[in-house]
Design a protein around this ligand. Structure first.
Ligand code: KG4
Ligand code: ZN
Length: 354
């Protein structure tokens, strides 16, 4: 290993992915995932149409140790070689978070390793730098859109990871969704069309060949001074359109056009506010993180943007432990590790202030 290289084992259990990963930060500050081991609970929650918190925590309990063992084995490293453990402790489903936090505390204690508590959203931000040497070309200020199943937040990130402080996201936030998140809008409208949970990927796939202008769904909060989003009206408009199509027995034939139009409405709403925020805060590049950043139409539209635009590798868009280890590596570099007392009393927090 080169001088200054660090090895961090990350653990993520905040929602329905149970994941562990070993990430190396080399002497140049580049991050490389040596292993990622994830058990997705999507199939378990699918019959309920969404995540059932109690089932999620029980399943994390059954799988977390196996994920850690697999990640360490696949990385080719051993406990003695690790510099620290990083775990998501906020925000998320509290019972699910507690499983990862308890496992990480026990492992850090037994193997005498420092423990780092990671904010899940900082993990999504850090995912931009995983296995991507080109992330060093990001110019700041960076307009970051975090678009996931639980959040649609805009941040102005002032500088590179080594300058990030503990309250980075709280200080950097300039916009948010006032109701449903963008991913939630995808999931809820997909459910109305009969697609399984989570529906974003289905809308993405089934929109191929569809006409994005066929249905004029609402783009809410058009006021130029507002940098917030609202997606709840879209769901109602789509439900009404589906009812009309069902009455005419035309729903099946219209699915690609419905999907393309829904997707366009969500992306237009996102892009409108992103352009306003980037201009207002004089941002020099754009970045998208979170599950919705995997959307193929969003990526195609951004390819035409005049500002350089950055995405995480698609395997790091949805929840995973590599991004938690990556955020942990940045914190470790800055000495932001828990004291022994803080480690022993570390708790899961469902809704921190950011
Ligand atoms: O970041 P993530 O894994 O979990 C949260 O922290 O919420 O994001 C999951 C969200 C879901 O709403 C899912 O439907 C959406 O990301 N998603 C997509 C695509 N892939 C995942 N939405 C649109 N297009 C996609 N290709
Ligand atoms: Zn997430």
């Amino acid at each position: 290993m080169s001088e200054g290289a660090r090895l961090i084992l990350g653990i993520e259990t905040s929602c329905d992915e149970c994941s562990a990963s070993v990430v190396e930060r080399n002497g140049n500050g580049e991050l490389r995932a040596l292993s990622v081991s994830t058990f997705s609970q999507i199939a378990i929650h699918q019959p309920y149409g969404g995540v059932v918190p109690e089932i999620a925590s029980r399943n994390h309990l059954e799988t977390v140790n196996a994920m850690v063992d697999d990640a360490l084995r696949d990385s080719g490293k051993n406990w003695a070689e690790l510099d620290a453990l990083a775990v998501t402790n906020r925000p998320g489903l509290v019972g699910a978070l507690l499983v990862g936090v308890s496992a990480a505390k026990a492992l850090a204690y037994v193997h005498e390793k420092p423990l780092i508590a990671v904010h899940h959203l900082e993990g999504h931000l850090a995912s931009l730098f995983l296995d991507q040497p080109e992330a060093s070309q990001i110019e700041y200020p960076l307009l970051l859109a975090l678009v996931s199943g639980g959040h649609t937040n805009l941040y102005v990130i002032p500088g590179p990871p080594d300058t990030w402080g503990p309250d980075l996201l709280a200080q950097a936030q300039v916009g948010r969704s006032r109701d449903d998140a963008a991913g939630e809008a995808f999931d809820k409208t997909a459910k109305l069309m009969g697609f399984p949970y989570p529906g974003g990927i289905w809308i993405d796939r089934r929109s191929q060949g569809g006409d994005p202008k066929r249905y004029a769904f609402p783009r809410a909060l058009p006021e130029k001074k507002v940098l917030d989003f609202s997606f709840s009206g879209l769901k109602t408009a789509v439900a009404l359109e589906i009812q009309k199509l069902q009455k005419k027995d035309m729903l099946d034939a219209e699915i690609p056009h419905l999907c393309a139009s829904i997707q366009e409405a969500i992306i237009d709403a996102l892009m409108g506010k992103i352009e306003l925020a980037a201009a207002k805060h004089r941002c020099r590049s754009l970045a998208f993180v979170g599950g919705v950043a995997a959307n193929s139409r969003l990526r195609a539209r951004l390819a035409e943007n005049r500002r350089p635009c950055f995405f995480p590798k698609s395997q790091y868009c949805t929840d995973n432990a590599a991004m938690i280890a990556a955020a942990g590596a940045f914190q470790f570099q800055q000495g932001r590790i828990l004291s022994r007392q803080q480690m022993l009393t570390l708790n899961a927090v469902a809704n921190p202030s950011i």
